[in-house]
Design a binder for this molecule. Sequence first.
Ligand code: PLP
Length: 385
Amino acid sequence: MIKPVEPSTRSDLVSYPIRDIVVEAKKLERSGTKMLYLNIGDPAPYGFKPPKHIIEAVREALADARYTGYAPSEGDPQLREEIAKYEGVEPQDVFVTSGLSEGIDFLFNALVDPGRNILLPLPSYPLYLTKQRLAYGPLEFYNCDENYEPDLDDMRKKITQYTKAILVINPNNPTGKVYSRKTLEGIVNIAGEYGLPIISDDAYEHIVFTEEYVNLRKIAKDVPLVSGNSLSKNYVYPGARVGYLAFHGDKWDGVKAAVQRLCNQRLSVNWEMQRGYLAALRGGLDHVKEFNKTIRQNLDVLMKRVEETEGLQVVRPGGAFYAFIKVESKKWKNDWAFVRELLKHGVVVVPGSASGPVNGVYFRVVFLPSADIINKAFDIISRVV
Ligand SMILES: Cc1ncc(COP(=O)(O)O)c(C=O)c1O
């Protein structure tokens, strides 16, 4: 008899709870529960569209036979040049990837041997946890304080001989926190002291509502820095699947050679979409300003509802489109119990533990949906809490 085909044990290490929750929601939806989705970190389902000049550039590229072959593995030369100008590096320091997700995958492959790790923020974007597990190294996190700023004393304590780099996500997913200059300078000083490079995840660089936003590329001095970015959120075009890694400083030759090999083995990134990214970088940020204005109004509604609900606590996000909300009621065994109860009542959110072993019951919501949907969802959340 032929036995069922066994998956690898390694594949058990892969999880992405943000999408797992959707499977449960869809099941309930099929049996008739109406769902309000506050879980999706994607502007498109909430009616936001990429700006016309980017779509037009993609359309033109689709009609142009020059872009029907494999693109150069490290990226379209003009796009690399434009990114290099933006980042303040040389074109050969830039590698175009299939979304920043692939860039993160390449960084782990190029940097982290088994037993080693990248020091992650807690809470963190879940992909980093999975990649760290797949690297067969210890998951280590630095804590954030009650204001969601990185705790620098804790960061020092968590650095070991196995640490290969420090990750900073600013603005942060899932907290929406925009870090202060003082904190960022502190991180640069620690990295310098321990001789560690910094990975700066800039996926939400332009989605900022605070006065003060500082990008690490401006203050990293001689600390080796790699900036990761993408078309997905900053230009409201996640389906394009284009991102990049930009290496700052002269200490990266070995890693860049490794990333080049990783680029070569997957041949190339969709060329038409790279032309879209080129148009995005040349086209300015007017549409992002509009986008920010709209979601900021949604955020005001969300904040009011959270503040009015007894048993919920949140730190006002300064950027991105997420709020990380604490449930103070002792009623819930854990975040999944709370999130599943909300699901039964038709509200989909992400459990806090998707972002790492946070202490307490948290959930993440997006403020991309309209005020009406946020209000309807909070009518339910405030009853369930
Ligand atoms: C912090 C952060 N980094 C990276 C990514 C990956 O983005 P993409 O692969 O769409 O560029 C995301 C997506 O949600 C994110 O939130």
